[in-house]
Design a protein around this ligand. Sequence first.
Ligand SMILES: Cc1ncc(COP(=O)(O)O)c(C=O)c1O
Length: 400
Amino acid sequence: MSTPSFLPYGRHQIDEDDIAAVAAVLRSNSLTGGPLVSQFETAFAHRLTAPYAVSCANGTAALHLAAMALGLGPGDIAIVPSLTFLATASAPFYVGADVVFADVDPDTGLMTTKSLEDAIVRAQGRAKAVFPVHLNGGCVDLTAISNIATKHGLAIVDDACHAVGASMNGQAIGNGENTDMSVFSLHPVKTIAMGEGGVITTASPILAERLARFRNHGMVRDPALFTQTDEAFDANGQPNPWYYEMLEPGFNYRASEIHCALGLSQLGKLDAFLARRRELAGLYDQALAHLGPLLRPIPRVQGCNGGWHLYPVLIDFAAANLSRADLMAALHNANIGTQVHYLPVHRQPFWRSRQPDLHLPGADAYYARCLSLPLFPAMTDADINHVATILTSLIGQRPQ
Ligand SMILES: Cc1ncc(COP(=O)(O)O)c(C=O)c1O
């Protein structure tokens, strides 16, 4: 059997029509601020059955904009699960709010109602928002989370950066229900790629307006909203054509026409990408089944049709008599890339220095065992078998 070329843990898939879509923008008159931004937003909202979608520069900017749009600030606390990428916790911090980390289920890595309730107690009445994360493209139970959030007056921003196209009980993640805003990343390693890109979906026209305004320096161009009438209007009451106002400062977090052209083109392939990712995940499940209980796939959440951004497994390294670093190195030597998602964020030096005594056993137990195997739509069935064969040889059990 020939050894496949290096399999990274994740990879974008760009076809000739994606390249043509980007090239057409490069030949056009507008590289930014043109029609493709709203075309992409409309298509994204339509695919997720969300009332509004606001595009921006990346998923981190999307989280920051969401924290700003909620009006979080000093004195407030945002609850963030510790098993996530750095950006989920950094976003509320950018606006001056503090973070209380919630524990997660040790097997799925997802925030639970119990871990949320524990975090609310630790926030001592200052919690204003919760940022649940659809880790690996799985689904947090937003219905249950929103019942608790409503009881305690918390806003919800679900971090769906891993979950573009995922659904729970037939409802798209990010459709605007049971949440205030859902945040997506279109970084190349995610389900669809914009190069760098982010989207926030919401059912609220007020939040959508705030997001779009903060994305563009806080600028207001709608004459109905102008406050300085002597500056804004001429003697006949007509708005001056050059005039705009800033009521609160924002950022330049816009996505360009180039990025939105790629996003629009890739969005057309989302369902095909998801179908292949789900098929590959099923093949992994079968090919790795004989390695249990040393190596197990992440348990599925009932009702979740996942986005499969990643295919992580849980490995009992002590029982396998192998360290994670040694396993990763041996897999790398066999042309197989892997990654760990994630070191719990509360264990990062910055957060540890602020909350030195925090102990989250679920996050620690998940982290100790997780390893993401290669998953991307262009993988072949043979690639999956190759990974399974090498893992079998390294972990020491043979297919039955
Ligand atoms: C869970 C999660 N949230 C937020 C982000 C930030 O997205 P971006 O890289 O597009 O800024 C990422 C990116 O890896 C992520 O995995």
